[in-house]
Design a protein around this ligand. Structure first.
Ligand code: ROI
Length: 167
């Protein structure tokens, strides 16, 4: 079994419902169980500003799936949620990213781990550090230090019972 961190994001449709349903679906994947879930966060878009705010969260899972198999399963869930991607760095129904997979470094065309922009984004780092405050990258880099460097990206906790009550 391998520990993996999954980033969840949405800014189209009923984002809180989409993220809560994705969380349940990930827990129900064969060979996957959720070990920890961050709170739900709301932030302004990184990228084009003429799109709605995003809702984000991070899950820590324990999985027997390989990283490519996990990616395929997450992409399937995105499709099932009716994923719409309007433009590059634009609005999306549901985004599920593998942020970290064990201590592995993977550089394939369609799968890069650690996620290449993980250290630049408060919407990933805040929820990630909430569930694993001393987390480092495979090369030992401290994510708390990266997070401090993103202090100019406003992000706030978003309380919603639909996310809080998910088991
Ligand atoms: N911005 C925020 N705040 N949250 C996201 O999940 C997100 N996802 C993206 C881009 C378009 C880069 N911006 C985002 O893919």
């Amino acid at each position: 079994m391998t520990d993996a961190f999954i980033g969840l994001g949405s800014n189209l449709g009923d984002s809180v419902a989409l993220l809560s349903e994705a969380r349940i679906a990930i827990d129900q994947l064969a060979g996957c169980c959720i070990v920890a879930a961050s709170s739900l966060y709301r932030s302004a878009p990184v990228g084009p500003q003429d799109q709605p705010d995003y809702f984000n969260a991070v899950l820590l899972i324990d999985t027997s799936m390989s990283a490519p198999a996990l990616l395929a399963a997450l992409q399937h869930l995105e499709q099932q949620a009716g994923r719409v991607r309007v433009r590059h760095w634009g609005e999306r129904t549901l985004d599920l990213d593998i942020l970290l997979y064990g201590g592995q470094v993977i550089n394939q065309t369609n799968l890069q781990i650690p996620h290449p922009r993980l250290t630049e984004r408060a919407f990933v780092l805040k929820p990630l550090l909430e569930i694993s405050s001393h987390l480092t990258l495979p090369d030992g880099q401290s994510l708390a230090a990266s997070c401090a460097a993103t202090a100019d990206q406003p992000i706030c906790l978003h309380n919603d019972s639909r996310w809080s009550v998910v088991p």
